[in-house]
Ligand binder design. Structure first.
Ligand code: PNS
Length: 159
């Protein structure tokens, strides 16, 4: 069985993430969406909330499951029996960071292959931070995130 992890902070999950997860699920037998604790990013949503929102958003995908993790990605990927790390790549600005992460993860665990999926043009600019900012400013986010995520954002920023 070929298993991939798609890691991220998912604060919150967006249609851009879902696009990458959906396409990864077509390439391997199983995708584990790895929701990182990322304490240094002081996420808006708790790890439990981010995991639950990602589960809800991916429940229609049979070969996808969502798991939280707190620690090194390569350790989590090994625990899960994954052989591939799938990351989405948006604009050129993502490249340097992703290149560094892929090189580091290779150094730590060279049996894990990092594969990049290019974002389609409509999601090139989309990020969780942009969505959080829009929601904070009370602007609709329905075109960027699934309905459950939009409602969760509304609740966070209710006056
Ligand atoms: O969605 P993000 O925040 O860009 O995702 C970054 C993430 C979670 C993939 C990355 O920070 C990560 O792999 N975190 C787990 C800890 C780890 O393995 N860090 C790399 C060595 S310092």
């Amino acid at each position: 069985m070929k298993r991939a992890v798609t890691p991220g902070t998912f604060d919150p999950i967006t249609y851009g993430h879902l696009d990458v997860i959906t396409r990864a699920a077509q390439l391997v037998d199983e995708v584990v969406v790895a929701v990182a604790a990322s304490p240094s990013k002081s996420p808006l949503f708790s790890l439990e909330e981010r995991t639950e929102l990602a589960r809800e958003a991916t429940k229609h995908l049979d070969n996808v499951r969502v798991e939280p993790f707190d620690g090194l990605l390569v350790d989590f990927a090994r625990e899960q029996g994954a052989s591939v790390i799938v990351k989405g790549l948006r604009a050129i600005t993502d490249f340097e960071y992703e290149f560094q992460m892929a090189a580091l993860n290779y150094q730590l665990a060279n049996e894990l292959e990092t594969v990049f999926i290019m974002s389609p043009p409509q999601y090139m600019y989309l990020s969780s931070s942009i969505v959080r900012e829009l929601a904070r400013l009370q602007s609709p986010v329905d075109q960027f995130v699934p309905p459950t995520v939009a409602s969760a954002l509304e609740r966070k920023f209710v006056d």
